[in-house]
Design a protein around this ligand. Structure first.
Ligand code: NAD
Ligand code: WQD
Length: 338
């Protein structure tokens, strides 16, 4: 009995594979490496001392998925595979709808064919949209996402809720991640963005390592304590542990359940920059720049439901997130490119 991890070579997927293997679970990974390097999976093996089956395939490839389900007894799926860059999704909406929606539909059809009814899905805090006041709770009405990427997450949540109505035996845990940063404390796996990073932490670490000259802080005139935006940063190892709890939950329950994975704390851009400099001893030059389109002043979770249903709480704070992001960047200045 194995857990299929789609997108297992990616940032969150690779950390989750480590947690699953460390917990003694059998895993099977499928990835097409469109946004990752298979070296990540080699390092998952190295870190855990455990082996697993790895399929180099696109989740939209129905025959490849059938082969995976035929060759393995898959009891549950964690579905990370998808494209995730907000700005790129505005430029390439068709590719985003194609990749994120079709991969999910093909996966669900093949799961149905093989009688597999347990799914953990990577959703996002983006589904809350602009109209809700933080701390964000799962029962709040979902807002209209402001970009194609966010729409794919909302649409997939809807598809999974509909599926759970149609099939009373199906279990779908919709994990709404807040802002995952950090890396495995070993410094062997971490976030490996292509090109210039869009997200704050990889931008900060690339400034710190000297690959980029300075950080632009997008806006210091928001209605927040220091004028910069507040976000709920979560250590990727805590996030990965949450998936282990979510798979166990999916094994024992039916229906669709949305669950936030965040710390419940809102930190500002400048909190993160200053904490990073203090913890690492490396200065991060920055300038204040205009606001970025689409940014909300404050996005942070209420994490109570995850504690109640999954028995999960975060263990790491902002200092560990900064320490481990830097440890990864320092030891892998150009990511997995050796
Ligand atoms: P990532 O890009 O590092 O990982 C995604 C993985 O999926 C990559 O290895 C990529 O090669 C693979 N993939 C993409 N499309 C595929 C396909 N059609 N077939 C096979 N493999 C495919 O991203 P991540 O940060 O690890 O995110 C994982 C999931 O979590 C994504 O669905 C993302 O949208 C979601 N999420 C991420 C964040 C974040 O800030 N990182 C926040 C909320 C939600
Ligand atoms: C964080 C803060 C920026 C870069 C995105 C997606 C969201 C989810 C997580 C997938 C903001 C500021 C950033 C920079 C800056 N992903 N910033 N200078 O926008 O909260 O969330 O990733 O689901 O859907 O939208 O994350 O890391 O881009 O930004 O000042 O160079 O850092 O303005 O306040 P965001 P982020």
């Amino acid at each position: 009995m194995a857990i299929l991890v789609t997108g297992g070579s990616g940032f969150i997927g690779s950390h989750t594979c480590v947690q699953l293997l460390d917990a003694g679970r059998e895993i099977v990974v499928v990835d097409n490496y469109c946004n990752s390097d298979p070296e990540a999976l080699a390092r998952v093996r190295e870190l855990t001392g455990k082996d697993f089956k790895q399929y180099d395939a696109d989740v939209r490839d129905r025959e490849a998925l059938r082969r995976i389900f035929t060759e393995n007894h898959i009891e549950a799926v964690i579905h990370f595979a998808g494209l995730k860059a907000v700005g790129e999704s505005v430029q390439m909406p068709i590719e985003y709808f194609d990749n994120n929606l079709i991969s999910t539909l093909v996966l669900l059809e093949v799961m149905k064919e093989f009688g597999c009814k347990r799914l953990v899905f990577s959703s996002s805090a983006t589904v809350y949209g602009a109209g809700n006041q933080p701390p964000l709770t799962e029962e709040m009405p979902l807002g209209a996402p402001t970009n194609p990427y966010g729409r794919t997450k909302s649409m997939i949540e809807d598809i999974l809720r509909d599926l759970c109505v149609a099939d009373a035996e199906f279990s779908a845990v919709l994990l709404r991640y807040f802002n995952p940063i950090g890396a495995h404390p070993s410094g062997r796996i971490g976030e490996n963005p292509n090109g210039i990073p869009n997200n704050l932490m990889p931008y900060v670490t690339q400034v710190a390592i000297g690959r980029l000259p300075k950080l632009s802080v997008f806006g210091d005139d928001y209605n927040t304590p220091d004028g910069t935006c507040l976000r709920d940063y979560i250590h990727v190892v805590d996030l990965a542990r949450g998936h282990l709890c979510a798979v166990d939950y999916a094994m024992e329950h039916t229906g669709a359940e949305a669950i936030n994975l965040g710390t419940g704390e809102g930190y500002s851009v400048l909190d993160l920059v200053h904490t990073f400099a203090r913890v690492t001893g490396v200065d991060v030059p920055y300038v204040i720049a205009p606001r970025r389109d689409g940014d909300l002043p404050a996005v942070y979770s209420c994490p109570d439901k995850a504690k109640e249903l999954l028995g999960w709480e975060t263990e790491f704070g902002l200092e560990e997130m900064c320490r481990d992001s830097w440890n990864w960047q320092k030891n892998n200045p150009t990511g997995y490119n050796k």
